[in-house]
Write a protein that binds this ligand. Structure first.
Ligand SMILES: NC(=O)c1ccc[n+]([C@@H]2O[C@H](COP(=O)([O-])OP(=O)(O)OC[C@H]3O[C@@H](n4cnc5c(N)ncnc54)[C@H](O)[C@@H]3O)[C@@H](O)[C@H]2O)c1
Length: 342
């Protein structure tokens, strides 16, 4: 199968691309390698896929992998570049699209709203138009647990109302689901939105808690613990996320189409809500160092607890997350130590 993966230099996009390649699929990766966090980590991920920094830096130029050959190609491109994106679809002729490129992060959306409008709304609309114009068999895209906003009923279920986002980031993710619904309905494009719940693991994002905490604890610097530690997250290990995404991409759409189910949304999480302080204890254990905690109030835009009901993904795709936080944090810390040579 030939698959477009957007955001392929990003945390999840890198892992999904690598896994698709190992399973024998042909992948074209797109990413604008923006400066939201250290781009050297994005270049390093691409390097693992056989694309060197020089190749990855050239704008709108298609490069071939030195590891996977013709099977993996990369183009540095912004999804808001409508014409360029459209010619990639025209020339590459994809079967399916896995759309993971987005401006991520809740806190950053308070300071930089326009980045979210450009990538998550304009960019998403361009992806939809390309899927429509190029007869894409299935659009699989990243939504987020943040759409549940201040919902109190846990675990969160796909049917729960999600009309009260508390950050612009969450609002753009909910908008993506609505936009996908209209395209699936009007143009019969099968689409699946996956609401990711706090993804962590090797090659993870430097703006997320696990990375920030590991970095600070290893340097004996204080960590910022919001809501005085009274937070819970459904932490989901990257391999479990990748497994779920691949299952959705690989499944044939015929059955869904027969049942007229063009539009689908699923939670993808670990189905356990872990206490933030327990998560920090795991980092301390695997680093062999104690955290210096700076207890702070709740941040605007943040929610106190997330917890995913994943029954629908289990039922329809046989999804089965297996990694507990102790094993997952251990893998991250091992990767962090070897990557940063500490
Ligand atoms: N990591 C999580 O816990 C989590 C949780 C919920 C949802 N998500 C969603 O999953 C997806 C992947 O997240 P991630 O953690 O890998 O983030 P990431 O920031 O590591 O990856 C996103 C990639 O997209 C690229 N990108 C951003 N805007 C772009 C644009 N306009 N054009 C082309 N490329 C662009 C970035 O350079 C980056 O490499 C995102 O849609 C994110 O919102 C992630």
């Amino acid at each position: 199968m030939k698959i477009l993966v957007t955001g392929s230099a990003g945390f999840i996009g890198f892992h999904v691309s690598q896994s698709l390649l190992k399973r024998g699929h042909e992948v074209v990766g797109i990413d604008n390698i923006n400066l939201y966090y250290d781009p050297s980590l994005k270049f390093a991920r691409l390097h693992e896929l056989g694309i060197n920094k020089e190749q990855a830096s050239a704008h709108n130029n298609i490069s071939q992998s030195s590891i996977y050959g013709e099977q993996f190609k990369f183009i540095r491109l912004g999804i808001e570049e409508k014409e360029n994106l459209s010619s990639v679809f025209e020339t590459q002729k994809f079967d399916k699209v896995c759309h993971l490129a987005a401006q991520a992060g809740v806190r950053y959306s308070l300071e930089n709203p326009s980045a979210y409008i450009d990538s998550n709304l304009v960019g998403f609309a361009n992806i939809l138009e390309c899927c429509r114009n190029h007869a894409i068999q299935h659009l699989v895209y990243a939504s987020s647990s943040s759409v549940y906003g201040l919902n109190k009923k846990v675990p969160f279920q796909e049917e729960d109302q999600v009309d009260q986002p508390i950050s612009l980031y969450a609002a753009t993710k909910k908008s993506n689901e609505l936009m996908a619904h209209s395209y699936s309905h009007l143009y019969k494009i099968p689409s699946t939105g996956l609401r990711f719940f706090t993804v962590y693991g090797p090659w993870g994002r430097p703006d997320m808690a696990l990375f920030l905490f590991t970095d600070a604890i290893s340097k004996k610097q204080p960590i910022k613990v919001f809501n005085k530690g009274d937070m819970q997250r459904d932490f989901t290990y990257i391999d479990d996320i990748t497994e779920g995404v691949i299952k959705v991409i690989e499944q044939k759409e015929e059955k869904r189409i027969k049942k007229n189910e063009y539009y689908k949304i699923y939670n993808i999480g670990n189905n356990k809500s872990e206490k933030l302080l327990d998560f920090i204890m795991e980092i301390e254990k695997h680093l062999g160092k104690k955290a210096i905690m700076e207890m702070l109030p709740m941040q605007p835009g943040d929610v106190q607890k997330t917890w995913a009901n994943i029954n629908q993904l289990i039922q329809d795709y046989g999804y089965s997350p297996t990694t507990n936080i102790s094993d997952g944090v251990k893998s991250f810390v091992e990767w962090y130590k070897s990557y940063y040579k500490i």
